[in-house]
Design a protein around this ligand. Structure first.
Ligand code: FES
Length: 110
């Protein structure tokens, strides 16, 4: 797991799902009920960008075919049989970090 700092500029935008691109990785960031949630950019159904989706209750809704994913555990709604990644976040001294898995090549050469 690699912890990557999320630049403060992103944290002033709390009204929509943001697409964040850092260190060659991309993910969605959402402010909801006084906390940040980080999750997959790509819908597992057919690859839509979930940053173009929207939030309903505890779910993000994909803009293409309306698959829904729980924002706590990433599970798709009943019958979908899919899920998204929910990425861990931590705040240290007022700085927000996202935890992303390193791929094998970055572990070897990074
Ligand atoms: S691409 Fe997301 S529901 Fe089809």
């Amino acid at each position: 797991m690699k912890w990557i700092e999320i630049p403060h500029d992103y944290l002033s935008q709390k009204s929509a799902i943001q697409l964040i691109e850092l260190s060659g990785k991309s993910f969605c960031l959402l402010w909801k009920e006084d906390k940040w949630i980080a999750f997959s950019k790509k819908c597992p159904h057919a690859g839509a960008n979930l940053a173009h989706g929207w939030c309903e209750g505890n779910e993000v809704v994909c803009p293409y075919h309306r698959h829904r994913f729980n924002l706590i555990d990433g599970r798709g709604a009943a019958g979908q049989g899919n899920y998204i990644q929910i990425y861990p976040l931590k705040e240290v001294d007022g700085v927000l970090y996202v935890g992303l898995k390193e791929n094998m090549w970055s572990r070897v050469f990074g």
